[in-house]
Design a protein around this ligand. Structure first.
Ligand code: ASP
Ligand code: MG
Length: 452
């Protein structure tokens, strides 16, 4: 058994769905379970419709209705009634929101659930029409139980048993289940969602809980790339990465697979294959426990950069050797729900980085009682994900490049997972650094361009 997940752009319209049909057919002998996102940008459009109902009292679903009806018509499916029933239910919900001018997180989840509920029904009907024994399911019919943390629910432990109990008999019966990603239900029977982009997690959860051969996540990129293609033109797909490396990549800017989505498969050692539905022949990226590729692994797997970062330098005004200083510093950040990305410390000072979006006025005041605080905006984190055994070589080469470029490294940290070396530079220097690093680590024959 395998799990194949198709994201919004892979199921955006009739022609994309036909293409999905071909991909599924080619792997039918592997007993696929399909997990789908909402078609195209439907989730965003549903949220916009909710906002409009809430703020202006207007009910507007024509865009969403058109997209789905056009797909049915184009694919010549006779599920008009089922789809119209769902669209009617959606209209009633929006009318309710417009009337009472209230949109709680619970209602929001109910609202966005229509995206995935529509897409699986259309896809399953289409697959049937091309002789695939497909059947649509809402995730809660197949054991997806979550807590009541609406808009960002977490799956309950019970799901680990409940999912295979439902899914495996279907596979035995040669059914191809087409399951809504992103959704679950809580113990009160309310629909919940697993957070934006959550359908990857739905797929990896089914794969892990059913001990599938692999989870395939079909996207619109060739997999995890060696760098951001907007910065490095000849960035290329990374063929294999470990779960740890992939998690580091995701945290530091490679927007391919959310680290949370890898967790189920990390537990069971199930490989996750990221594939491009627009470029089926590309090998994609395989994320696994231990690299299966026998090839000698390069020192660096990928380079990422995260922009709009703020650097905070905190220098203790107390005596040297004082205990509890770090605890105090971090408790202030925790109190204001601020997530810290990178940290470096010395005996009397701490440097850390945060997203620039946070308002730090209060924090500065509070930390000011125990330290001198300096806040520097306009920074970027450059991260090198690579082979820990070669970290000295990586550091030497990376800093030599910064030196040659005349760029000052303002903070350094080697993550606890040891696969990530990160450093801070000015935001406007980051692209240049990433380009030069990529040239040095991936195009070894050429020499990095160094300004005279
Ligand atoms: N449709 C949801 C979203 O756009 C879930 C997903 O696509 O993974 O966030
Ligand atoms: Mg989506």
């Amino acid at each position: 058994m395998i799990v194949m997940k198709f994201g919004g752009s892979s199921v955006a319209d009739a022609s994309r769905l036909r293409h999905v049909g071909e991909i599924v057919k080619s792997q039918l002998n592997r007993n696929p379970v399909l997990v789908l996102s909402a078609m195209g940008d439907t989730t965003d459009h549903l949220l916009e419709a909710g906002d409009l109902a809430l703020k202006e009292g207007k009910v507007e679903i024509s865009g969403v209705a058109k997209l789905h009806q056009a797909a049915i018509k184009n694919l010549k499916l006779s599920i008009q009634k089922e789809i119209n029933d769902l669209l009617d239910e959606l209209t009633r919900l929006l009318s309710g929101i417009a009337l009472i001018r209230e949109l709680s997180p619970r209602t929001k989840d109910y609202l966005v659930s229509f995206g995935e509920r529509l897409s699986v029904r259309i896809a399953a009907a289409f697959l049937k029409s091309i002789n695939i024994n497909a059947k649509a399911f809402d995730a809660w019919e197949l054991g997806f139980l979550s807590n009541s943390n609406y808009t960002g629910a977490e799956l309950l432990k019970e799901s680990w048993d409940a999912i295979p109990e439902k899914v495996l008999p279907l596979i035995k019966g040669n059914v191809v289940p087409v399951v809504t990603g992103f959704l679950a239900k809580d113990d009160k029977g309310s629909i919940t969602t697993l957070g934006r982009g959550g359908s990857d997690l739905s797929a990896t959860m089914i794969a892990a809980a059913c001990r599938a051969e692999e989870a395939q996540v079909w996207k619109d990129v060739d997999g995890i790339l060696t760098a951001d293609p907007r910065i490095v033109k000849n960035a290329r797909p990374v063929q294999n990465v470990t779960y740890d490396e992939a998690a580091e990549l995701a945290y530091f800017g490679a927007q391919v697979l959310h680290p949370r989505a890898m967790q189920p498969c990390m537990k069971t050692g199930t490989p996750v294959l990221v594939k491009n539905s627009y470029n089926v022949d590309a090998p994609g990226t395989k994320i696994e426990q231990v690299l299966s590729s026998a090839k000698k692994s390069p020192p660096v797997r990928a380079i990422t950069s995260k922009h709009k970062v703020t650097l905070v330098d905190i220098i203790s005004t107390r005596m040297l050797g004082q205990y509890g200083f770090l605890a105090e510093v971090f408790s202030v950040f925790a109190k204001y729900n601020i997530s810290v990305d990178m940290v470096a410390t010395s005996e009397v000072s701490v440097s850390l980085t945060l997203d620039t979006s946070y308002d730090l006025t209060e924090i500065k005041k509070e930390l000011g009682k125990i330290a001198n605080v300096e806040i520097k905006t306009g920074k970027a984190i450059v991260s090198i994900i690579g082979n820990v055994k070669r970290s000295s070589e990586i550091l030497a080469r990376a800093f030599r490049i910064c030196q040659l470029l005349g760029i000052t490294v303002q903070m350094v940290s080697q993550g606890a997972s040891k696969v990530n070396i990160s450093f801070i530079v000015n935001d406007n220097e980051a692209a240049e650094v990433v380009k030069a690093l990529h040239l040095d680590f991936f195009d070894a024959m050429e020499k990095p361009e160094v300004p005279k």
